[in-house]
Design a protein around this ligand. Structure first.
Ligand code: NGQ
Ligand code: ZN
Length: 460
């Protein structure tokens, strides 16, 4: 049993001082009582937030962040030309590369205040498409990276079989991603032992998109998951680009989110990643489904996706979470800020997502993303309260941007007043200290391995 004394902490009912927290051997909080003292407890002396879930990640893409910013030979660079660059990059990665990139990324996520990640993992096979001797090789590399970094992980092996709506055959470059229903069920089974019985691990599934599966394959994949855990998370990319909406209309006569909602299967297990292009009816129906909209504002901006109707969706009590997706940026604060700024820019207005008069925009967004993120990851996190994991993010009250600020003012300052030097000082996951004075405890070792992998990759 460990004890922490949090000087100033955000609890589910608001800010409190001197919160004494007891943590059991599994890393779960058993008690959290304000206005307490204990000279032997570990003191976290400043504003303490619950760790944020990162609900969408393709770890390998971190290593190509910034490499797709040079314009191509023809006018009209887009999501789809970026995707070609990404496929080329993905085709060269070895298992060692995948682990080195993910290890570095996960350490950076922790330094940024994310204490768990949903890894939407689709790089499964060797270049060319032959499975590795262990078909779960690359998933195991992700698990190893998460263990080394000490981050919570919801592992989402991706079900991918087709190259477009209507069972279109995949491209050559997509071969590393592909499974049929049987091979996919075996992969889930093989990964189950390592992802069970830990408060910081969860297995789920990710049909890549409606482009990558047929209705039958989607059904079979879910059945394979249900046989293991009928409450496990299900994530899918959806309606990120208008071309997908058009293709879905041509295939089914329905928009992607409309089509999926019409299947009658979407519930709180689901995370609809992006869901950028929603009409008014889809917005209301998605909110009512209790699924989470997985928003990735920095990636969506980088890829030119469009802007999610967050005001109407959140007004309808729609659930959201945030993900760093392609990792063009790895920052809780930046993704929340950009989510708000997108809405401000189209509405020519301010404090748009604060949710009512006299409220903190940062607090509303932070709490919504904690709650939705925890639901999407299917992990006991997102609150400093009994039954939740002891994931703490200590802000540096000496940072210039936080000087003299407490409570919601500190949270707003951290999210909106960006300073180059991170204002995050210490991070704990399940009671374990993983970031100390702004640096991950293994940052040097992880950075060295990452540097080595990247030098080799980019020289080849
Ligand atoms: C992905 N990324 O799977 O990495 C996708 C691009 C696709 C995002 N959607 C590929 N941000 O959607 O086909
Ligand atoms: Zn994605």
């Amino acid at each position: 049993m460990r004890r922490f004394l949090l000087r100033h902490a955000l609890l589910p009912d608001g800010w409190h001082d001197d919160v004494l927290v007891s943590v059991d051997a599994a890393g779960l909080i058993t008690k959290a009582t304000p206005q307490n003292s204990d000279a032997t407890a570990t003191l976290l002396d400043g504003p303490v937030l619950p760790g944020m879930p990162n609900l969408h990640s393709h770890a390998f893409q971190r290593a190509m962040a910034g490499l797709a910013e040079r314009s191509g030979p023809a006018a009209g660079d887009s999501f789809w030309t970026w995707r070609e660059t990404m496929y080329r990059f993905a085709s060269r990665l070895t298992p060692e590369d995948v682990e080195a990139i993910a290890g570095q990324l996960y350490a950076e996520m922790l330094e940024a205040g994310f204490t768990a990640v949903a890894e939407f993992h689709y790089l499964h096979h060797q270049p060319g498409g032959t499975p590795y001797a262990d078909p779960a090789e690359l998933s195991r590399r992700i698990l190893a990276a998460a263990d080394t970094a000490g981050i919570g992980l919801t592992h989402l092996p991706v079900l991918y079989r087709y190259g477009g709506f209507g069972a279109k055959e995949p491209q050559e470059r997509q071969r590393r991603f592909l499974h049929d229903a049987e091979a996919y069920a075996r992969l889930l089974q093989a990964l189950t032992p390592q992802l069970q019985n830990r408060s910081d691990r969860r297995l789920g599934m990710a049909p890549h998109s409606l482009r990558a599966v047929t209705p039958e394959l989607l059904r079979d994949g879910i059945a394979a998951l249900d046989a293991i855990d009928s409450a496990a998370p299900i994530h899918i990319h959806i309606a990120e680009q208008t071309a997908e909406v058009d293709d879905c209309m041509a295939w089914s006569g329905k928009r992607p989110v409309q089509w999926l909602l019409d299947q009658g299967i979407v519930n709180k297990r689901w995370c609809l990643v992006h869901a950028t292009h929603l009409d008014a009816e889809e917005t209301q129906r998605l909110a009512a489904s209790n699924a989470v909209a997985g928003l990735c504002p920095t990636t969506e901006a980088n890829l030119g996706d469009g802007i999610f109707p967050a005001v109407d969706y959140m007004a309808a009590s729609g659930r959201i979470g945030i993900g760093s997706d392609s990792h063009i940026s790895v920052s809780v604060a930046e993704d929340l800020r950009l989510l708000e700024y997108g809405q401000r820019l189209i509405r020519r207005s301010r404090t748009v997502l604060a949710g009512g008069p006299e409220r903190s925009t940062g607090r509303r967004l932070f709490e919504a993303a904690l709650k939705g993120g925890a639901q999407a990851l299917g992990q006991p996190m997102g609150a400093i309260a009994p039954g939740h994991r002891a994931d703490f993010v200590l802000l540096d009250s000496d940072a210039p941007s936080l000087a003299g600020r407490r409570g919601d003012m500190a949270l707003d300052a951290w999210i909106f007043s960006h300073q180059t030097r991170s204002a995050i000082r210490d991070v704990y996951v399940a009671g374990h200290h993983v970031v100390e004075n702004g640096r991950h405890i293994r940052s040097e070792d992880l950075a060295a391995k990452h540097r080595q992998a990247l030098r080799r990759l980019l020289q080849e």
